[in-house]
Design a protein around this ligand. Structure first.
Ligand code: SAM
Length: 222
């Protein structure tokens, strides 16, 4: 029986690829990649010669049935995204869901994802946390801030360098007294974790232009 393999890939540091991820990607019949050009760098680094095909948020709805049928017909397929674990703020959910409905076996490999190192690095309680991914840009954004203000568990948010200031400004309105841990450029050369109130972090980023990729960990409401 062929399977769908969901394979995490490094979030910056190519050394974070597991031996098993390399083997699975080398052995499957097809790799579905969010961006085949981005993944080409990783695949050629590990000398993986498997055929690739693009699978992203713009074509996944049209593709999932066909892919599931190919797996049922005996083709082993692996899904990767540009970085980290597919399905975590990346395409993946729809294909996995479709495969579940068709009784296809799915193996998701353990591996890189940005929020786990950021969460553990924060020093905030990790026994209960809520992952919010990217906050909505417009509709529903205020509702999210209101729920963050009342949240009794540690909160995890993904953010881009272009919106981090705006998000900190809004956190300063809704929960100015909470400590936030910001992890930037995880696993890369300029990795750093900063901790402080929204106001302290805003001060930092007005002096140091925000660059790279960010995970925000917000302490729970006391
Ligand atoms: N699938 C990925 C995962 O498993 O974490 C997430 C993909 S999402 C499109 C990209 C976001 O993840 C970035 O905007 C940032 O919030 C976070 N991220 C990815 N790589 C990161 C890194 N090296 N350091 C900090 N945050 C990162």
């Amino acid at each position: 029986m062929a399977k769908l393999y969901v394979v995490p890939t490094p979030i910056g540091n190519l050394e974070d690829m597991t031996f098993r991820a390399v083997r699975i990607l080398s052995e499957v019949d097809l790799i579905l990649a969010e961006d085949t050009r981005t993944s080409h760098v990783l695949l050629s680094h590990y000398n993986i010669k498997t055929k690739t095909s693009a699978h992203h948020k713009f074509n996944e709805h049209a593709q999932v049935e066909k892919i599931a049928q190919e797996i049922l017909d005996g083709k082993n397929v692996a899904l990767i995204s540009d970085a980290g674990t597919p399905g975590i703020s990346d395409p993946g959910y729809l294909l996995v869901h479709t495969c579940v409905l068709k009784n296809i076996t799915i193996e998701t490999l353990p591996g890189p994802t940005a929020f786990v190192p950021a969460l553990v690095n924060s020093g905030f309680p990790t026994d209960e946390f809520v992952f919010m991914g990217f906050l909505p840009v417009k509709k529903g954004r205020m509702t999210k801030f209101k729920s963050i203000a009342e949240e009794l568990r540690t909160i995890v948010i993904y953010e881009s360098p272009y919106r981090i200031i705006k998000t900190l400004e809004q956190l300063n309105i809704y929960c100015s007294d909470r400590t936030i841990s910001i992890s930037r450029e995880l696993s890369k050369k300029f990795e750093e974790t900063l901790r402080g109130t929204p106001e302290q972090l805003l001060q930092h980023f007005t002096q140091h232009e925000p660059r790279g990729e960010f995970v925000l960990i917000i302490a729970a409401k006391k």
